[in-house]
Design a protein around this ligand. Structure first.
Ligand code: FE2
Ligand code: FE2
Length: 454
Protein backbone atom coordinates (compact mmCIF):
# COMPACT_ATOMS: atom_id res chain seq x y z
CA UNK A 1 0.00 0.00 0.00
CA UNK A 2 1.37 3.41 -0.95
CA UNK A 3 1.40 6.09 1.74
CA UNK A 4 0.24 9.29 0.03
CA UNK A 5 0.12 11.82 2.87
CA UNK A 6 3.71 13.06 2.51
CA UNK A 7 3.50 13.79 -1.21
CA UNK A 8 3.16 17.38 -2.52
CA UNK A 9 -0.52 18.35 -2.56
CA UNK A 10 -0.51 21.98 -3.77
CA UNK A 11 1.18 23.68 -6.72
CA UNK A 12 3.38 25.60 -4.26
CA UNK A 13 4.54 22.38 -2.57
CA UNK A 14 5.11 20.85 -6.00
CA UNK A 15 7.21 23.83 -7.13
CA UNK A 16 9.47 23.38 -4.07
CA UNK A 17 9.80 19.66 -4.81
CA UNK A 18 10.43 20.15 -8.56
CA UNK A 19 12.96 22.96 -8.26
CA UNK A 20 15.08 21.08 -5.71
CA UNK A 21 15.22 17.76 -7.51
CA UNK A 22 18.74 17.88 -8.97
CA UNK A 23 20.23 19.08 -5.66
CA UNK A 24 18.44 16.28 -3.81
CA UNK A 25 19.90 13.52 -5.97
CA UNK A 26 17.64 13.42 -9.01
CA UNK A 27 14.32 12.03 -7.72
CA UNK A 28 14.75 8.39 -8.77
CA UNK A 29 11.84 6.68 -10.47
CA UNK A 30 11.11 3.01 -11.07
CA UNK A 31 10.41 1.19 -14.33
CA UNK A 32 9.23 -2.42 -14.39
CA UNK A 33 11.85 -5.15 -14.63
CA UNK A 34 11.41 -8.10 -16.99
CA UNK A 35 9.30 -9.77 -14.27
CA UNK A 36 8.35 -9.23 -10.63
CA UNK A 37 11.76 -10.35 -9.33
CA UNK A 38 13.29 -7.28 -10.97
CA UNK A 39 12.91 -3.49 -11.00
CA UNK A 40 14.71 -0.95 -13.14
CA UNK A 41 15.71 2.46 -11.76
CA UNK A 42 16.37 5.80 -13.47
CA UNK A 43 17.65 9.01 -11.96
CA UNK A 44 18.98 12.22 -13.45
CA UNK A 45 22.14 14.07 -12.54
CA UNK A 46 24.24 16.93 -13.83
CA UNK A 47 26.75 16.23 -16.60
CA UNK A 48 29.79 16.44 -14.26
CA UNK A 49 28.53 13.73 -11.87
CA UNK A 50 30.06 10.26 -12.34
CA UNK A 51 30.36 6.76 -10.77
CA UNK A 52 26.65 6.12 -10.23
CA UNK A 53 25.42 3.24 -8.07
CA UNK A 54 22.40 2.18 -6.03
CA UNK A 55 22.33 0.97 -2.43
CA UNK A 56 19.56 -1.60 -1.85
CA UNK A 57 18.49 -3.20 1.40
CA UNK A 58 15.54 -4.71 3.27
CA UNK A 59 16.65 -2.51 6.16
CA UNK A 60 15.54 1.16 6.25
CA UNK A 61 18.93 2.27 7.64
CA UNK A 62 20.71 0.67 4.61
CA UNK A 63 23.26 -0.80 7.06
CA UNK A 64 23.74 -4.04 5.15
CA UNK A 65 22.97 -2.58 1.72
CA UNK A 66 24.00 -4.25 -1.54
CA UNK A 67 25.87 -1.92 -3.88
CA UNK A 68 24.55 -2.14 -7.46
CA UNK A 69 26.51 -0.47 -10.23
CA UNK A 70 24.53 1.87 -12.52
CA UNK A 71 25.21 2.95 -16.11
CA UNK A 72 25.71 6.57 -17.07
CA UNK A 73 23.52 7.39 -20.10
CA UNK A 74 24.44 10.59 -21.94
CA UNK A 75 21.35 12.50 -23.00
CA UNK A 76 21.58 14.54 -26.20
CA UNK A 77 20.38 18.17 -26.21
CA UNK A 78 20.28 18.25 -22.42
CA UNK A 79 22.10 19.70 -19.39
CA UNK A 80 21.50 16.48 -17.43
CA UNK A 81 22.23 12.79 -17.98
CA UNK A 82 20.37 9.74 -16.71
CA UNK A 83 21.67 6.82 -14.68
CA UNK A 84 20.18 3.35 -15.20
CA UNK A 85 20.37 0.43 -12.78
CA UNK A 86 18.68 -2.97 -12.61
CA UNK A 87 17.64 -4.54 -9.31
CA UNK A 88 17.43 -8.36 -9.49
CA UNK A 89 16.50 -11.25 -7.21
CA UNK A 90 13.63 -9.42 -5.47
CA UNK A 91 11.35 -11.61 -3.34
CA UNK A 92 7.54 -11.32 -3.09
CA UNK A 93 5.83 -9.50 -0.22
CA UNK A 94 8.86 -7.48 0.85
CA UNK A 95 9.68 -3.82 1.40
CA UNK A 96 12.99 -2.73 -0.11
CA UNK A 97 14.84 0.51 0.65
CA UNK A 98 17.19 2.20 -1.78
CA UNK A 99 19.32 5.26 -2.34
CA UNK A 100 20.89 6.50 -5.60
CA UNK A 101 24.46 7.82 -5.41
CA UNK A 102 27.00 9.59 -7.65
CA UNK A 103 30.46 10.95 -6.83
CA UNK A 104 28.81 14.25 -5.79
CA UNK A 105 25.24 13.60 -4.59
CA UNK A 106 23.09 11.02 -2.96
CA UNK A 107 19.33 10.82 -2.96
CA UNK A 108 17.06 10.41 0.03
CA UNK A 109 16.22 6.85 1.02
CA UNK A 110 13.15 5.60 -0.88
CA UNK A 111 11.23 2.37 -0.54
CA UNK A 112 9.02 0.12 -2.64
CA UNK A 113 6.97 -2.99 -1.98
CA UNK A 114 6.97 -6.18 -4.00
CA UNK A 115 3.63 -7.90 -4.56
CA UNK A 116 2.52 -11.16 -3.11
CA UNK A 117 1.63 -14.04 -5.43
CA UNK A 118 -2.16 -13.47 -5.34
CA UNK A 119 -3.65 -12.85 -8.79
CA UNK A 120 -5.42 -9.71 -7.55
CA UNK A 121 -3.67 -6.46 -8.48
CA UNK A 122 -4.36 -3.05 -10.02
CA UNK A 123 -2.66 -0.75 -12.52
CA UNK A 124 -3.23 2.88 -13.56
CA UNK A 125 -3.48 3.49 -17.31
CA UNK A 126 -2.93 7.00 -18.72
CA UNK A 127 -2.10 8.29 -22.16
CA UNK A 128 -1.08 11.52 -23.88
CA UNK A 129 0.17 13.18 -20.72
CA UNK A 130 1.85 15.83 -22.89
CA UNK A 131 4.11 17.40 -20.31
CA UNK A 132 4.96 20.60 -22.14
CA UNK A 133 7.62 23.27 -22.08
CA UNK A 134 7.93 26.85 -23.24
CA UNK A 135 11.09 28.95 -23.53
CA UNK A 136 9.15 32.00 -22.35
CA UNK A 137 7.10 30.40 -19.61
CA UNK A 138 8.71 27.86 -17.21
CA UNK A 139 5.32 27.51 -15.50
CA UNK A 140 4.12 25.26 -18.34
CA UNK A 141 6.64 22.59 -17.32
CA UNK A 142 5.81 22.96 -13.62
CA UNK A 143 2.05 22.86 -14.11
CA UNK A 144 1.85 19.99 -16.61
CA UNK A 145 4.11 17.87 -14.37
CA UNK A 146 1.98 18.76 -11.34
CA UNK A 147 -1.26 17.77 -13.09
CA UNK A 148 0.13 14.31 -13.76
CA UNK A 149 1.20 13.97 -10.12
CA UNK A 150 -2.36 14.93 -9.05
CA UNK A 151 -3.75 12.18 -11.32
CA UNK A 152 -1.56 9.66 -9.49
CA UNK A 153 -2.76 10.94 -6.08
CA UNK A 154 -6.41 10.75 -7.11
CA UNK A 155 -6.05 7.24 -8.56
CA UNK A 156 -4.28 6.13 -5.37
CA UNK A 157 -7.16 7.51 -3.31
CA UNK A 158 -9.42 5.04 -5.18
CA UNK A 159 -6.96 2.15 -5.09
CA UNK A 160 -4.05 2.55 -2.59
CA UNK A 161 -2.51 -0.78 -3.60
CA UNK A 162 -1.74 0.14 -7.24
CA UNK A 163 1.33 -1.89 -8.23
CA UNK A 164 2.05 -0.62 -11.78
CA UNK A 165 1.48 2.53 -13.84
CA UNK A 166 1.15 2.32 -17.63
CA UNK A 167 1.56 5.30 -19.97
CA UNK A 168 0.43 4.99 -23.60
CA UNK A 169 2.77 7.42 -25.37
CA UNK A 170 3.11 11.18 -25.97
CA UNK A 171 4.56 11.52 -22.49
CA UNK A 172 6.12 14.81 -23.66
CA UNK A 173 4.95 17.38 -26.20
CA UNK A 174 8.36 18.12 -27.76
CA UNK A 175 10.40 15.13 -26.57
CA UNK A 176 12.80 17.32 -24.54
CA UNK A 177 14.80 16.10 -21.54
CA UNK A 178 13.20 18.67 -19.21
CA UNK A 179 9.75 17.43 -20.20
CA UNK A 180 10.67 13.83 -19.33
CA UNK A 181 12.22 15.04 -16.07
CA UNK A 182 8.93 16.76 -15.15
CA UNK A 183 6.94 13.73 -16.35
CA UNK A 184 8.87 11.45 -14.01
CA UNK A 185 9.18 13.91 -11.11
CA UNK A 186 6.26 12.66 -9.01
CA UNK A 187 7.56 10.97 -5.84
CA UNK A 188 4.83 8.36 -6.42
CA UNK A 189 7.12 6.95 -9.14
CA UNK A 190 9.92 6.35 -6.62
CA UNK A 191 7.61 3.69 -5.13
CA UNK A 192 5.47 2.40 -8.03
CA UNK A 193 7.05 1.54 -11.41
CA UNK A 194 5.89 3.28 -14.56
CA UNK A 195 6.00 1.69 -18.02
CA UNK A 196 6.01 4.02 -21.04
CA UNK A 197 5.71 3.44 -24.78
CA UNK A 198 6.62 5.70 -27.70
CA UNK A 199 4.12 8.25 -29.02
CA UNK A 200 4.55 10.39 -32.13
CA UNK A 201 5.43 13.46 -30.00
CA UNK A 202 8.19 11.48 -28.28
CA UNK A 203 9.87 11.33 -31.69
CA UNK A 204 10.40 15.09 -31.85
CA UNK A 205 13.84 14.69 -30.30
CA UNK A 206 16.34 11.88 -29.66
CA UNK A 207 16.04 12.02 -25.85
CA UNK A 208 13.29 9.40 -25.36
CA UNK A 209 15.60 6.64 -26.64
CA UNK A 210 17.93 7.16 -23.70
CA UNK A 211 15.70 8.40 -20.87
CA UNK A 212 13.63 5.38 -19.79
CA UNK A 213 15.04 2.06 -18.63
CA UNK A 214 12.78 -0.52 -20.23
CA UNK A 215 13.03 -4.29 -19.72
CA UNK A 216 13.69 -6.67 -22.63
CA UNK A 217 14.80 -3.71 -24.71
CA UNK A 218 17.36 -4.24 -27.44
CA UNK A 219 17.95 -1.10 -29.43
CA UNK A 220 20.30 -2.75 -31.95
CA UNK A 221 17.54 -5.00 -33.31
CA UNK A 222 15.23 -2.12 -34.21
CA UNK A 223 14.67 -0.26 -37.43
CA UNK A 224 13.08 2.68 -35.61
CA UNK A 225 15.44 5.55 -34.83
CA UNK A 226 13.69 6.23 -31.52
CA UNK A 227 14.20 2.75 -30.10
CA UNK A 228 12.68 -0.64 -29.85
CA UNK A 229 9.67 -2.60 -28.64
CA UNK A 230 9.85 -4.19 -25.20
CA UNK A 231 7.78 -6.42 -22.91
CA UNK A 232 7.49 -7.53 -19.30
CA UNK A 233 5.32 -9.66 -17.06
CA UNK A 234 3.60 -8.44 -13.91
CA UNK A 235 1.93 -11.17 -11.86
CA UNK A 236 -0.06 -13.26 -14.41
CA UNK A 237 -0.17 -10.57 -17.14
CA UNK A 238 2.11 -10.14 -20.15
CA UNK A 239 2.47 -6.54 -21.36
CA UNK A 240 3.67 -6.14 -24.96
CA UNK A 241 4.84 -2.61 -25.62
CA UNK A 242 4.98 -1.70 -29.30
CA UNK A 243 6.17 1.45 -31.05
CA UNK A 244 3.20 1.90 -33.39
CA UNK A 245 5.06 4.74 -35.18
CA UNK A 246 7.49 2.08 -36.40
CA UNK A 247 6.00 0.52 -39.50
CA UNK A 248 8.59 -2.28 -39.66
CA UNK A 249 6.34 -5.33 -39.18
CA UNK A 250 9.30 -7.71 -38.80
CA UNK A 251 10.33 -5.96 -35.55
CA UNK A 252 6.88 -6.38 -34.04
CA UNK A 253 6.56 -10.03 -35.12
CA UNK A 254 9.92 -10.72 -33.46
CA UNK A 255 8.73 -9.01 -30.25
CA UNK A 256 5.54 -11.09 -30.10
CA UNK A 257 7.31 -14.37 -30.93
CA UNK A 258 10.01 -13.89 -28.29
CA UNK A 259 7.71 -12.56 -25.55
CA UNK A 260 5.19 -15.39 -25.97
CA UNK A 261 7.77 -18.16 -26.27
CA UNK A 262 9.45 -16.97 -23.04
CA UNK A 263 6.13 -16.49 -21.17
CA UNK A 264 3.69 -19.21 -22.27
CA UNK A 265 1.70 -19.31 -19.00
CA UNK A 266 0.46 -15.71 -18.72
CA UNK A 267 -3.30 -15.42 -18.40
CA UNK A 268 -3.79 -11.80 -19.42
CA UNK A 269 -2.29 -10.50 -22.65
CA UNK A 270 -2.20 -6.72 -22.92
CA UNK A 271 -0.85 -4.88 -25.97
CA UNK A 272 0.18 -1.26 -25.46
CA UNK A 273 0.31 0.87 -28.64
CA UNK A 274 -0.01 4.63 -29.00
CA UNK A 275 -2.47 4.83 -31.90
CA UNK A 276 -6.21 4.34 -31.40
CA UNK A 277 -7.06 1.98 -34.24
CA UNK A 278 -10.86 2.18 -33.92
CA UNK A 279 -11.66 5.40 -32.02
CA UNK A 280 -12.91 7.44 -35.00
CA UNK A 281 -13.61 11.16 -34.26
CA UNK A 282 -10.75 12.26 -36.48
CA UNK A 283 -11.31 11.77 -40.21
CA UNK A 284 -7.81 12.64 -41.34
CA UNK A 285 -6.36 9.87 -39.18
CA UNK A 286 -8.62 7.08 -40.44
CA UNK A 287 -6.29 6.09 -43.31
CA UNK A 288 -3.29 5.79 -40.97
CA UNK A 289 -5.36 3.73 -38.50
CA UNK A 290 -6.61 1.41 -41.26
CA UNK A 291 -3.02 0.78 -42.41
CA UNK A 292 -1.90 0.11 -38.84
CA UNK A 293 -4.84 -2.26 -38.31
CA UNK A 294 -3.77 -4.21 -41.44
CA UNK A 295 -0.29 -4.56 -39.92
CA UNK A 296 -1.11 -5.28 -36.28
CA UNK A 297 -4.51 -7.03 -36.16
CA UNK A 298 -3.19 -10.38 -37.54
CA UNK A 299 -0.65 -10.37 -34.68
CA UNK A 300 -3.35 -9.45 -32.15
CA UNK A 301 -5.58 -12.30 -33.39
CA UNK A 302 -2.84 -14.93 -33.68
CA UNK A 303 -1.69 -14.36 -30.09
CA UNK A 304 -5.16 -13.85 -28.56
CA UNK A 305 -4.62 -10.38 -27.09
CA UNK A 306 -7.35 -9.53 -24.53
CA UNK A 307 -6.99 -5.77 -24.38
CA UNK A 308 -5.24 -3.25 -26.63
CA UNK A 309 -4.55 0.11 -24.97
CA UNK A 310 -4.04 3.28 -26.99
CA UNK A 311 -4.50 7.05 -27.05
CA UNK A 312 -3.22 9.54 -29.64
CA UNK A 313 -6.61 11.02 -30.64
CA UNK A 314 -7.19 12.50 -27.13
CA UNK A 315 -10.77 11.16 -27.35
CA UNK A 316 -11.77 8.36 -24.99
CA UNK A 317 -13.32 5.27 -26.59
CA UNK A 318 -13.82 1.54 -26.00
CA UNK A 319 -14.56 -0.87 -28.82
CA UNK A 320 -16.96 -3.78 -29.13
CA UNK A 321 -15.30 -7.22 -29.21
CA UNK A 322 -13.35 -7.35 -32.48
CA UNK A 323 -11.73 -10.19 -34.36
CA UNK A 324 -10.17 -9.94 -37.82
CA UNK A 325 -11.25 -6.24 -37.93
CA UNK A 326 -14.92 -7.21 -37.56
CA UNK A 327 -17.34 -6.89 -34.64
CA UNK A 328 -17.94 -10.38 -33.21
CA UNK A 329 -19.87 -9.23 -30.12
CA UNK A 330 -21.70 -5.95 -29.53
CA UNK A 331 -21.10 -4.54 -26.07
CA UNK A 332 -22.92 -1.19 -26.02
CA UNK A 333 -25.07 -1.01 -22.90
CA UNK A 334 -23.31 -4.03 -21.37
CA UNK A 335 -20.94 -4.01 -18.39
CA UNK A 336 -19.09 -7.27 -19.09
CA UNK A 337 -18.32 -10.02 -21.57
CA UNK A 338 -17.55 -13.65 -20.76
CA UNK A 339 -15.00 -15.63 -22.79
CA UNK A 340 -15.00 -13.12 -25.67
CA UNK A 341 -14.06 -14.38 -29.13
CA UNK A 342 -11.88 -11.37 -29.80
CA UNK A 343 -10.20 -8.24 -28.42
CA UNK A 344 -11.27 -4.95 -26.81
CA UNK A 345 -9.50 -1.77 -27.97
CA UNK A 346 -9.37 1.05 -25.41
CA UNK A 347 -8.26 4.60 -26.27
CA UNK A 348 -7.77 6.82 -23.24
CA UNK A 349 -8.22 10.59 -23.31
CA UNK A 350 -5.37 12.99 -22.60
CA UNK A 351 -4.11 14.10 -19.15
CA UNK A 352 -2.96 17.59 -20.12
CA UNK A 353 -4.65 18.20 -23.50
CA UNK A 354 -8.29 17.05 -23.44
CA UNK A 355 -9.94 17.72 -26.78
CA UNK A 356 -13.49 18.19 -27.97
CA UNK A 357 -14.42 16.57 -31.22
CA UNK A 358 -15.16 18.70 -34.26
CA UNK A 359 -18.79 18.88 -35.29
CA UNK A 360 -19.78 15.90 -37.39
CA UNK A 361 -16.70 13.83 -36.48
CA UNK A 362 -18.31 10.72 -35.09
CA UNK A 363 -16.95 7.69 -33.27
CA UNK A 364 -16.02 4.77 -35.50
CA UNK A 365 -18.63 2.02 -36.02
CA UNK A 366 -16.45 -0.31 -33.91
CA UNK A 367 -16.87 1.97 -30.82
CA UNK A 368 -19.12 0.69 -28.02
CA UNK A 369 -18.57 3.68 -25.70
CA UNK A 370 -16.89 7.05 -25.88
CA UNK A 371 -16.43 10.11 -23.68
CA UNK A 372 -15.60 13.43 -25.30
CA UNK A 373 -14.85 16.60 -23.36
CA UNK A 374 -12.69 19.71 -23.62
CA UNK A 375 -12.22 19.69 -19.83
CA UNK A 376 -12.12 16.13 -18.55
CA UNK A 377 -8.65 14.76 -17.87
CA UNK A 378 -8.93 11.00 -18.15
CA UNK A 379 -7.27 8.15 -16.31
CA UNK A 380 -8.15 4.48 -15.96
CA UNK A 381 -7.71 1.80 -13.32
CA UNK A 382 -7.29 -1.82 -14.45
CA UNK A 383 -8.34 -4.29 -11.74
CA UNK A 384 -7.07 -7.83 -12.33
CA UNK A 385 -8.98 -10.30 -10.15
CA UNK A 386 -8.44 -13.93 -11.15
CA UNK A 387 -10.73 -14.61 -14.13
CA UNK A 388 -11.89 -10.98 -14.29
CA UNK A 389 -10.20 -7.86 -15.69
CA UNK A 390 -12.19 -4.68 -15.07
CA UNK A 391 -11.40 -1.33 -16.71
CA UNK A 392 -12.70 1.65 -14.72
CA UNK A 393 -12.35 4.99 -16.51
CA UNK A 394 -12.43 8.26 -14.55
CA UNK A 395 -12.57 11.97 -15.32
CA UNK A 396 -10.26 13.81 -12.91
CA UNK A 397 -12.12 15.19 -9.88
CA UNK A 398 -15.09 12.79 -10.15
CA UNK A 399 -15.66 10.17 -7.48
CA UNK A 400 -17.31 7.59 -9.72
CA UNK A 401 -15.96 6.19 -13.00
CA UNK A 402 -17.87 7.28 -16.12
CA UNK A 403 -17.33 3.85 -17.70
CA UNK A 404 -16.84 0.38 -16.22
CA UNK A 405 -16.36 -2.75 -18.29
CA UNK A 406 -15.13 -6.26 -17.40
CA UNK A 407 -13.64 -9.10 -19.41
CA UNK A 408 -14.29 -12.46 -17.76
CA UNK A 409 -12.09 -15.21 -19.13
CA UNK A 410 -11.77 -18.84 -18.07
CA UNK A 411 -8.44 -20.59 -18.44
CA UNK A 412 -5.54 -19.00 -20.29
CA UNK A 413 -7.38 -18.30 -23.55
CA UNK A 414 -11.13 -18.30 -22.91
CA UNK A 415 -12.84 -18.63 -26.29
CA UNK A 416 -10.42 -16.44 -28.22
CA UNK A 417 -9.79 -18.19 -31.58
CA UNK A 418 -6.16 -18.29 -32.74
CA UNK A 419 -5.81 -17.49 -36.43
CA UNK A 420 -2.82 -17.87 -38.74
CA UNK A 421 -1.15 -14.93 -40.46
CA UNK A 422 -2.83 -13.98 -43.76
CA UNK A 423 -1.04 -14.88 -47.01
CA UNK A 424 -0.14 -11.23 -47.75
CA UNK A 425 1.77 -10.91 -44.44
CA UNK A 426 5.14 -11.95 -45.90
CA UNK A 427 4.85 -9.22 -48.53
CA UNK A 428 3.93 -6.63 -45.86
CA UNK A 429 6.97 -7.67 -43.91
CA UNK A 430 9.31 -6.97 -46.84
CA UNK A 431 7.63 -3.68 -47.84
CA UNK A 432 7.51 -2.27 -44.31
CA UNK A 433 11.17 -3.16 -43.74
CA UNK A 434 12.22 -1.00 -46.70
CA UNK A 435 9.69 1.73 -45.89
CA UNK A 436 10.89 1.76 -42.26
CA UNK A 437 14.52 2.28 -43.28
CA UNK A 438 13.65 5.16 -45.64
CA UNK A 439 11.23 6.76 -43.19
CA UNK A 440 13.78 6.67 -40.36
CA UNK A 441 16.34 8.44 -42.52
CA UNK A 442 13.78 11.13 -43.47
CA UNK A 443 12.80 11.70 -39.82
CA UNK A 444 16.40 11.82 -38.63
CA UNK A 445 17.27 14.35 -41.37
CA UNK A 446 14.25 16.44 -40.40
CA UNK A 447 15.45 16.62 -36.78
CA UNK A 448 19.03 17.41 -37.86
CA UNK A 449 17.74 20.32 -39.99
CA UNK A 450 16.10 21.74 -36.86
CA UNK A 451 19.48 21.61 -35.10
CA UNK A 452 18.50 18.66 -32.89
CA UNK A 453 21.50 16.36 -32.35
CA UNK A 454 21.59 12.60 -31.77
FE1 FE2 B 1 -1.08 13.12 -28.03
FE1 FE2 C 1 -0.05 11.11 -30.51
Amino acid sequence: MTEIKDFPETLEQWRGHWEGILDKGGNPFLCPGADDTKRNIVWTSRKDETEPFVLLSENSSLDDAKRIKARRIQLPNSVVDTNHAELCGLLPNKTYYYRCVTNQKHSEIYSFNTKGESDIFSCIYISDVHVGSSKDNPEVLTETGFRLHKVFLEALSHRPDISMILSGGDQASSGKADEYRAFSASPVLSEIPINCIVGNHDKKNFVYTYFFNNPNYKIDGSHSFIGSDHWFTHNNALFLCIDSNNSCLGDHIKTFETAFSENPGCKWKILMIHHDLYGGHNKNRSRENRLLANLLVPLIDKYGIDLVTGGHSHYYSRSHILHNKKIVEKTDGKSETTNPKGTIFLASGSVNCPRNTKKGYLPGPECAADHISTDDRIYNIFDFQGDRLTVRSYAMGKKEPFEVFSIVKHGLDGAHPRTKFPVYYGLYRAITFIYGLINNRIEINRLHKKGIKE
